[in-house]
Design a protein around this ligand. Structure first.
Ligand code: ZN
Length: 374
């Protein structure tokens, strides 16, 4: 008997989040994904927060939520003991005791074009948003050789599995006709041709781009749809930049904005009490580069893109030096820059209510930002 679920499982929520931001896009140092909990646990409700603290765990319990989805992973470095000595240990122990799962969607959400940086750009009203430093070594190409009569079926299967996606386009492929040869040996069960005889077949060379984390899925779909017993195929790793994944973002204003108006907008849009900045730009602001979280590593990219302002957070004193003539660095604080991502995640998760009307997705009301400004 199939169990009728009235609530989604943690795995359903993970699947939805992974479709939004593939885990493979997280940085090496990161620890995104399911940190506490079992995938087959039914979720009574999700509480979304930027950070996880003991208070947020308490809030989840009080609101009947047994999963917290946060941007920042509470467990970042390996934990060796659980004695309640550190804030991280205490928070994890509280979650375990209360049966609350913890899921983090961190740098993988920073690194998709529609993620954290797009959220920031939309708060600033920027147009023509693009990734500032596109990701490299994320793309591959699967090439296979298909009898002409089966070309459509194989191509469809590869598209359905997620192949052929480039930026704002999907179903991208290339095919050219040629002649394939093979000789079936003893033990083979050839689709066409005779055992022991060379066979020539009119085939199409079919090429489909695929993101590297999808190679397995697309290759399996291709092989399943292909009529041959042994499917000749090449998997080529590409150096192309990913059109919609990478670090930071950049956008522009149709109507350039004066610095004081920009500062007002930033403070209102991000709830930032202060903006720490280098000298204001000499003229009106046309182009703004930005990065949620700690962004100083992208300053060279912002300079190269000739942005008027680079908006981010966590700049150290010495990092403000040296570029005053070329760009204005604006530091609005880490939690302020990224805070809006919780609301955004609530909007993404709310779609699960379609299948599970009683499922709750709530925004945390706990202020987790430990930095206060007086
Ligand atoms: Zn952050």
């Amino acid at each position: 008997m199939t169990k009728f679920l009235t609530m989604p499982c943690i795995s359903d929520i993970a699947q939805l989040l992974e479709a939004i931001a593939p885990p493979a896009l997280q940085e090496d140092y990161d620890n995104s994904g399911l940190l506490v909990g079992e995938p087959n646990t039914e979720v009574t409700g999700v509480l979304v927060s930027l950070d996880v603290t003991e208070e947020v765990v308490k809030e989840a319990v009080a609101k009947g939520c047994n999963l917290i989805v946060s941007h920042h992973p509470i467990v970042f470095r390996p934990l060796k003991r659980f004695t309640g000595k550190s804030q991280v240990e205490r928070t994890v122990m509280a979650a375990l005791r209360a049966g609350v799962g913890l899921y983090a969607i961190h740098t993988n959400l920073d690194n998709v074009a529609h993620g954290v940086n797009a959220m920031m750009a939309s708060k600033l009203g920027l147009d023509d948003f693009e990734v500032l430093r596109p990701a490299q070594s994320t793309m591959a190409k699967i090439v296979t050789y298909v009898p002409l009569g089966d070309l459509d079926a194989v191509r469809d299967a590869m598209f359905k599995a997620g192949g052929g996606h480039i930026g704002d386009y999907d179903e991208c492929s290339f095919s050219a006709e040629g002649s394939g040869s093979f000789r079936a040996l003893d033990g083979a069960n050839p689709h066409v041709g005779e055992i022991g005889e060379r066979h020539l077949e009119s085939e199409a060379r079919l090429e489909v781009v695929v993101e590297r984390w999808n190679i397995g899925r697309v290759r399996s779909a291709m092989q399943a749809a292909h009529p041959y017993e042994e499917v000749a195929h090449d998997i080529l790793m590409m150096d192309n930049l990913h059109p919609t994944a990478g670090s930071g973002g950049i956008g522009s204003y149709d109507e350039p904005m004066e610095w004081p108006a920009f500062v007002d907008l930033v403070k209102t849009a991000f709830g930032a009490p202060i903006v720490r900045h280098t000298l204001p730009p000499r003229g009106p602001i046309k182009t703004v580069a930005l990065c949620g979280g700690t962004g100083s590593f992208l300053l060279p990219d912002a300079l190269r893109a000739q942005a008027d302002v680079f908006l981010s957070s966590d700049f150290k004193y010495h990092e403000f030096f040296g570029t005053e003539e070329r760009i204005t660095i604006a530091d609005i604080g880490h939690a302020e820059a990224e805070g809006g991502i919780s609301e955004w995640l609530v909007d993404q998760l709310i779609v699960l209510k379609e299948g599970f009307p009683n499922f709750a997705v709530l925004l945390s009301e706990v202020r987790t930002n430990p930095i206060h400004v007086s």
